[in-house]
Design a binder for this molecule. Structure first.
Ligand code: SAM
Length: 272
């Protein structure tokens, strides 16, 4: 079976559902939540967060939101089903980058649906999923048993990494959502957790050149330099979506990047 199919099956086994059309997803999601035994208060909270996220440009779904959905499987299954295609797309891109045997830290792993896939796919390697949301990590520990995933651990506190160092530190859709102040602390921390020649791979939807420049600058300030910048386009339930894959290493001068021309080319691509 090909890797994409394996990943889709992995997500389906956890309870996520793939949809082709937004209207079908919406109908299914509403029914699923209505039929659940969630309290009115929880449902209202869930929709409140989602509404803020859709109407306010700069609104970021925060820790309270991720703790809330991790507490109720119907909520995380509903939410992540909306992102099914994005998760597969980004997970595939990470899978292509990793080479065995290796040690990987997954930053912002949520309930570990991708981290657990990597662990299954690369049995000779070791994976640690970290998330700030304690409830997400508690849920991850419940879903993926040590028996089935002996090479996979989850932590909610970076201090638990002790002296561990990694060949890859990966980030799908987490680090661009943290404040610049926090990102500085995180990047400083992860720099020291990389093995020599290690890589940071980050995939997220950087919205424009200003945000992208700020993001990349924080890595440069910590002596992590751009090795690759690549657009990843996909059509998800919201239409055409652009992600950016960034790879950072300690080696200086690998890519003479120009964020303005990157976004210029990206916008051109999105028009066709
Ligand atoms: C959009 S989800 C992405 C989940 C997964 N990586 C994926 O690709 O689907 C963002 C996750 O980042 C976590 N997060 C947010 N800020 C964080 C931080 N400072 N450190 C670690 N995790 C964080 C959230 O709790 C949430 O689980």
């Amino acid at each position: 079976m090909n890797t994409r199919k394996l990943l889709k099956n992995h997500l389906i086994k956890i309870g996520f559902t793939q949809f082709k059309y937004n209207k079908d997803y919406k109908k299914w999601a509403q029914e699923k939540i209505k039929k659940s035994n969630l309290s009115k208060k929880v449902i209202e909270k869930y929709y409140y967060y989602l509404k803020q996220n859709s109407i306010k440009n700069k609104y970021k779904l925060d820790l309270n939101f991720y703790n809330l959905i991790a507490e109720f499987d119907v909520l995380y299954k509903t939410l992540h089903s909306f992102k099914f295609k994005d998760i597969v797309h980004n997970g595939m891109e990470i899978t292509k980058e990793l080479t065995e045997p290796t040690k990987v830290l997954d930053m912002g792993c949520n309930i570990g649906y991708l981290t657990s896939f990597y662990a299954k796919y690369f049995p000779r390697s070791n994976f640690i999923g970290y998330d700030k949301s304690r409830y997400s990590i508690d849920e991850a520990k419940k879903i993926y048993s040590k028996l089935e995933y002996p090479n996979l651990d989850f932590i909610n506190d970076l201090k638990k990494l002790n002296n561990n160092r990694f060949n890859y530190i990966i980030d799908t859709q987490c680090l661009t959502n943290v404040s610049n102040r926090n990102l500085r602390l995180i990047v400083k921390f992860i720099k020291n957790k990389l093995k020599p020649l290690g890589k940071v791979i980050s995939i997220s939807n950087l919205p424009n050149e200003k945000e992208a420049e700020k993001f990349i600058e924080i890595f440069y300030d910590n002596k992590l330099f751009l090795k690759e910048i690549k657009p990843l386009l996909l059509i998800n339930l919201n239409g055409l979506q652009a992600y950016t894959k960034l790879i950072f290493t300690e080696n200086i001068g690998i890519v003479d990047y120009n964020v303005k021309s990157y976004f210029f080319e990206l916008r051109k691509k999105m028009l066709y």
